[in-house]
Structure formats: C-alpha cells, structure tokens
Write a protein that binds this ligand. Sequence first.
Ligand SMILES: Nc1nc2c(ncn2[C@@H]2O[C@H](COP(=O)(O)OP(=O)(O)OP(=O)(O)O)[C@@H](O)[C@H]2O)c(=O)[nH]1
Ligand SMILES: [Mg+2]
Length: 461
Amino acid sequence: MMYNDDTIVAVASPAGMGAISVIRISGKNAIDACNQIFPAKDLSKVVSHTIHYGHIINDKKEIIDEVMISVFRAPKSFTTEDSIEISCHGSPFICQQIIEELGKHQVRLAQPGEFSMRAFLNGRIDLTQAEAIADLIAVNSEKSKQIALHQLRGGFSSELSKMRTELIDFAALLELELDFSEEDVEFADRKKILNILNELQHKIRPLIQSFKLGNAIKNGIPVAIVGKPNSGKSTLLNALLNEERAIVSDIAGTTRDTIEDTIQIDGILYRFIDTAGLRNTEDTIEHAGIERAKQKIKEASIILFVADINEPYKNIIEEAKQLDIQEHQELIFVLNKIDTISSCDGYDIEEAISTLTHSKAIALAAKDKTHLDKLKNILTSFSSSIAQEDTIINNIRHYESLKMVDVCIDEIRDGVNQTISNELIALDLRRALQYIGEITGEVEIDRDILGNIFGKFCIGK
Ligand SMILES: Nc1nc2c(ncn2[C@@H]2O[C@H](COP(=O)(O)OP(=O)(O)OP(=O)(O)O)[C@@H](O)[C@H]2O)c(=O)[nH]1
Ligand SMILES: [Mg+2]
C-alpha cells in the first residue's frame, strides 16, 4: 500500500441495510468531487465542520438520495486531508450508486485501513494508536476497551518515547567518549550507564509480561473446568454461560471433547473450557479427550476443579494434587451438588479444604445455580488486579519488538561489563532504538509491515 494524495471513498458504516449509511471521502479532490454531485450548495465555500442538507444527483441530473453532508477541511480531519462524510439512507444500493458517481470525478475506492494509514502517514496518529483503533472496533469487553482507549490516547506511546529519550541520552554519552577515544577518558560513568540500563529493563519487562495478560483479556481469560466424570463440569459450564451449551447426563464420560465459550463477567471476558472427566479408561476416544483436558489445564490461567461434595474432602485434595498446577495458575475448588447435603456441612467442607490447601474453595449447586454468584465473585477478585495495571500490551507486534529491545539491553550491559569497545556497544544501542521506533512508527517501517497492519482493518476505516 503506497501513500498517494489521490482521493478515496468507502462506506464507513457496516455492510447491509440500516437507517443510515455513512460514506467517507478523503483527499485533495474530496470537496470538488462532492460538489459535482451535490447541487444544493457550493461546498467549496462552506466553513469547515459544518453539515449540509441536499440531494445527490447523477450525471443525468436524476436524484439518487436525500442526504446530509459533513465537511472537514484539511488539516482538521481524521486523515488531515480534506474530508467529506455523506450520511445517506442505509441501503447498499444507494451507497453503491453514490460511490459510482464519485468514481466519475477522480475518486477511487479505498483499500482496507487506508483512511487510518493516511492518518498515520500524515502524523495524525502513531502506529500503536492506529492499531488501537482496529482493536476498539473489535472490542468485546469493558477491559479490552480500556486497553484500546489507553493506547489510543497515546498512553503506551508516551511510555515508549520516554524510554527512547533515555536511550538517546545514553547514546550521547557514549558518542562523547568515542570522540575522545585517543585520550582514554570516561565521560559515561560505567555505574551510571548500568543504572540506566537496569531502569530501562525495569520498565520493559513488565510490559513484556503484560502481553500474556493483554492477550488473555482480548481473547478471554482461559478458565479450565476439570474434575472426575459426573462431578457436574458441563452443568457448571452451562450455568456460567447461562445457556445449554454442553450435554449433561448422569452417564460418566459424557463429555469427550473440550467445549469452549466466552462470557463477560464484571467487564472482563472469560473463556470457559469444559473438559472430559479425568479417569483411567480403556476407551481410546475418551482417552484422547482426557489428554486434551490435560493440555487445557496447562494453558489455563484459572482452573476450576469440580468435585462432588459427597466425596471425602481428603480424596478431593489428593486428586487436585495430581493436576500439576503451576505457580502462576489459580486453583479454585468447586464443591458441587451442595443441594444433596445439608448446607451447613457444605461450609465446613469449604473451610476444611481452603485451610488445608490455601486455595479458594466454594460449595455450590451448579444445577440450580445456588452460590454461583460467589464463584463469579472469586473470579472477579482474581482478575481485579488486572484492571489496575496501567499499560497492558495486547499486540503481538509490540510484544516481539519489546522482547528484542530487552535482548539488546542485555547485550549492551554485557558489553559495558566486559569493557567491549564503545563502537560495538553503540551498534547494539542503535538496534534497540530501531526496535522501539518500529513500535510507534517513529523510524522508517517496512512497507510490508505497514500493509500487514492496515490490511487487517475494515474498509472505510
Ligand atoms: N443434585 C445435583 N446434581 C447435579 C448438579 N450438577 C450436576 N448434577 C448432575 O450430575 C450429573 C453429571 O453432570 P455433568 O454436568 O454431565 O457432569 P460432567 O462432570 O460434565 O461429567 P462428564 O462429562 O462425564 O465428565 C448429571 O446428572 C447432572 O444433572 C448439582 O448441583 N446438584
Ligand atoms: Mg461433561
């Protein structure tokens, strides 16, 4: 995708019928072209950021539609070019006709993301902001909206540009030494340099680590529902999703494959994964299902271990130990079928298990959703720490670049410690700067990469 200053057009509203559709036009010919098909008013004379009523006509002077036209003059528009938005009646046929008419006046169809690409190339937004726009359009939970908005307002970019400045300061010190290399002086105090490097890594590493979280927020925090056959895992999945998603039966081994679905609780998206009941089996299909369940346990952030509350609690704890839960994972004991015992006993068992394991335990009845809200509260409490993070990365491109910056800093540090020549250190430094710059687009970026970023946008954005 190359930048031209020609004029582009696209329907910016969703495909299909609606009350209103919005057609967006941007480029140096935007106002002229619209003037040709909008006889009501001379748009070249109107003030920027005004809206005008009239008819769109074709070249045979026939009326196509009755519309409202908004005029945005350069540079105060999204693309920084002259831009027009036509609000017409929401029929794909009318949109098509209007676009065809514009095509007769040097306006061409926009490629996906081309409006945003122009905004980027004209310095209106940086790359991370452009990506945030795409995220915002695809947003599916309150938390991912917050991340995208934070990024759109430039939160992430300002953090990066601080780092960049620090690296450039460091580079300046180094260059100074290079200039005086004959005289063997040390302007850049080694201790100070190492401090700067440590501080940088201190900022980068949490960002890198936040990627897993950011990704989880975007795609749903993975919660695996595991346990013995018949403990009520599928019933719990259905209760959480509020939908008869999985088949429930009193036959042990009902669920064979994993079943996943997402739902938002308190603004955070969760991906619940129902799995095959864990037991020793001769059945090859069931066995494959159990292997899959084990894989899902490994990938999950939170594991709901479902057990029948009638089972001795010592057995339940023993079985949970077999799950091989990692330190970064959260385990919650779900003691199901509380309706089959007296509820006071349920609280005792809850207490016994949580004291012995230091994990949360909750007695409930999945079947009639008794105490399901308690389980949801626990889930939310685990995730509320997420909501406090300022900057979370959820974009793989940013993640990859930051990881490279981290590697570069390690190399620079090794260089400084082993008193390797400043020229070589400067080389690593430049690489680090390049990687940071690539994230925001401050340095020259490969056209393929740009095409890849903007190509994922919808047409009209
Ligand atoms: N009384 C009672 N029965 C329940 C409860 N939850 C589930 N059941 C019953 O327990 C049986 C097994 O439920 P499922 O949800 O299919 O169990 P599962 O853990 O998915 O079983 P597998 O898929 O075979 O591993 C069904 O007959 C459910 O109706 C509950 O809270 N109370
Ligand atoms: Mg099941």
